[in-house]
Design a protein around this ligand. Sequence first.
Ligand code: SF4
Length: 487
Amino acid sequence: MSELANSLEAYQLMPFRFRRLERTPDTVLVTSEAGEHAFLEESSFNQLVNLKPLNLGIADDLDARQILCRDDRSLAVRLLATKLRTRKSFLRHGPSLHIFVVTLSCDHSCAYCQVSRRIGSAEMPEGVAVAAVERMFESPSPDLTVEFQGGEPLLAFDRISQIVRLIEARNVDGRRRIRYTLTSTLHHLDERALQFLQHYNFHVSTSLDGPANLHNGNRPLPTRDSHTRTLEGIAKARAALGIDGVAALTTLTKASLEQPEAIVDEYVRLGFRSVFLRPLSPFGFVARAARRMEYGTSAFLTFYERALGHILDLNARGVEIEEVYTAILLKSIFTSYSTGYVDLRSPVGAGFGTLVYNYDGDVYASDEGRMLAEMGDKSLRMGSVQDFYRDLIDSDAMHLLAASGLAESLPGCADCAFVHYCGPDPARSLSSAGEPAGHRAWSDHCGRHTGIFELLFGIVRKANPATMRTFDRWVHGSPGVDRAECA
Ligand code: SF4
């Protein structure tokens, strides 16, 4: 009798996805249609799917997440719709990240470079810059992030400053909230550039691959002092923009995978409060240098687990440092809000969240689309800066992305319990499989994300108090990020 009193006998199921977690036996992860999650033991999961009486506490929990409903199904559907609308709120205003590739020139010769650098050529002409600014203001978003990229964008500083002046003049009537970012090695920061960046409240992002030996090996300069010059640039930029105005990220080569602790410790030593452990991309020079630089998904996941473990130990000892990608995923797992991170959106961030104005006047749906074009595939070229925004958005590239860029409709992803926190990757599928949908069974993107989600949900399930305090700080305490780029 008392057992029945503590049970819910009559209920209906709402749509949900599930996965038996590999790292925590007897645990089934259940995710609602809006991306809220619950852990169930196998016995409770069997009761749920067979509509058998459920422990009242578990039933209340699943009811609150619209995984089941007691009687008013229409209320549960309305609640789900509200949560889903919040999670997908990035769709309301169209592309908000506008990337200006002002030059391909760069003095580094990184083997993993994604952009096919060209020395002394390939700079954005004034006419392209003017038209690109017009296209940006034709897009409807009230919030615009303007990112300058290269090559090394500071080698085209005059063009950057002209574009910013154009934007500021245009925005007197436009009244958008504008945020400027620069992705740079910081090796060419002079007093004029520093004053300019400070005046317009720029946020800068640079590449730091780890300690000197690793960084200099990954990012060679003829003078062999890339690490020293990067540290000098970081110091100058921090003096002008403040410590939180400068972020850095790694690109992980095969050599990097041997040194997870050393990479993290270098960031701590230099006073960074975050590190972005970013795997190699399959685009550009990397494809050509693959044998020397590349590694498999399991090697990356072993590295990632070791690095994250080290980061969590540091935090438990009072050293606050965040792994940016983990923080983005945790925000998506623990809140209903959109993280703002365009690389993990569904529908895909390419085109729907980002426009890339290339130095030559071509407009791409994403940076990867631009790199794909460098490799000979122009599928993600939306058009030219001389085309109107409405034509760019109605281009063949956008139709292709709309058809292949919704994770919830892709084979494999459609019934994946992680789909709410993941995103499709049409550019990578085009590059590896020759078509935009690809297939999860042989996708690196899927293998890597499945591994990361298994790791994170395993950690969350174990709920070590110190780790959960760190995760809570990462979820609620750090700013959003659109995109983090190599410099
Ligand atoms: S890519 Fe893999 S992990 Fe991501 S949603 Fe699709 S099936 Fe799930």
